[in-house]
Design a protein around this ligand. Sequence first.
Ligand code: BG6
Length: 482
Amino acid sequence: QPVDAFDLVIFGGTGDLAVRKLLPALYHRYVDGQIPDVSRIVGIAREATDDEGYRATIRKALQNNGGQPGKIDDFLRLVHYRSLDARKDDGWDAFAALIGEQPDHVRVFYLSTSPELFVDICKRLGGYGLNKGKARVVLEKPIGRDLASANQINDAVGQVFDESQTFRIDHYLGKETVQNLLALRFGNVLFEPLWNASHIDHVQITVAETLGVGQRAGYYDHAGALRDMVQNHMLQLLCMVAMEPPSSLAPDAVRDEKLKVLRSLQPIDESNAAQLTVRGQYRAGAAEGQAVPGYLDELKDHKSNTETFTALKVEIANWRWAGVPFYLRTGKRLPERVSEIVVVFKQVPHSIFAASAGQLAQNRLVLRLQPGENIKLWVTIKDPGPGGLRLRHVSLDMSFAEAFGVQQPDAYERLLLDVVRGNPTLFMRRDEVEAAWQWADPILGAWANSGEAPRPYGAGTWGPTAAVALIERDGRTWNEDS
Ligand code: BG6
């Protein structure tokens, strides 16, 4: 179904996210006939270029992304560019006039800039009355760098756009498998009765990347893995696993349940951070067969205490999850790009099998978010054949590409259209962001106060050995089956 005609303005229009993700996502939705031709996409940045210059940049990105020449040309007719500085008046009158030309369009202002600019941009949009009518604002993560700065931003944005107009994006919520978790948990009778501390031993969430920080060092060095990945993406994944069944998919029904999980996270602070968390920073090594420099070599001053890897043992203090650890790990320059959620069930209470039958293994449900979305359920069976009753552990597999043969849409494709439709179910409400910072701040504080440098790990390894020890101390291991 096509969405209503819209004007989508991307602040940070020449940035990496806009060029590599947002415009290609819009292109794919356009080609699928979901975007009306009268819609406009306006890139905004400080750079002095014009519509044609910007289209040339976007054309290149789309060509690299598998776009088809004729379709690219059609799509680029929707694309415009305006050079603006959030902190200077020049050009704003003309920009406001441009947007004012189409008063009936849904208006989306996507703030893909550093969060320090969110407030200035919103004030100007409000000053021109562009926040009225069917207007929405999209805030990219991270929102601030701690609870106090997030509150400042949310307060200031809130003066211009009310909560129902504010879409705090976390693109992990738009990933196919994350939504599949909803279908799996609440569309089947099989899992939910087992989905608790009586039957689940622990949960692992891994988001591993092979990329280093490279061009993004300026941003990343002020953030680090906890702010960049854990406070948002990984906690959101944890919430989807751990939340109580919402009464419907109504936006607030889902977000209320996620909020309860965030508020039930056991605090990690100076008293226990050393036992429950590990920080790492990559050194030179290899990625995908190539020698790569260490993190410090990528920085101008070659000095930093920022973590590029973190592993944490997190607990949720409620009836459903008491005593079930959630082990989270994420890092740059790890050996492979893989994001997965692994739910490990408890051992059977009593074995009826002879020792010679082999070991019983715990059931595991593995949700692979990327690459190659799939769901695997590991079960114990009898090893086929006449050799007596021997046990074997096999997986019931569902690969999305094999089963459905289509490439899954990028998360941004779904989320951008959800903004146009005004559906905030897959976006973070203000109180969720606050609760997530409330939990993250004491960890960041404990790390800062400890004065300890992150542990080094070689690029192309699974992080510092302490991350392995974190889980092995508890008699468990990180999932290794792919
Ligand atoms: C972003 C982070 O939000 O997510 C990046 O800022 C990270 O550091 C990226 O690389 C990962 O997203 P994806 O979809 O490639 O897993």
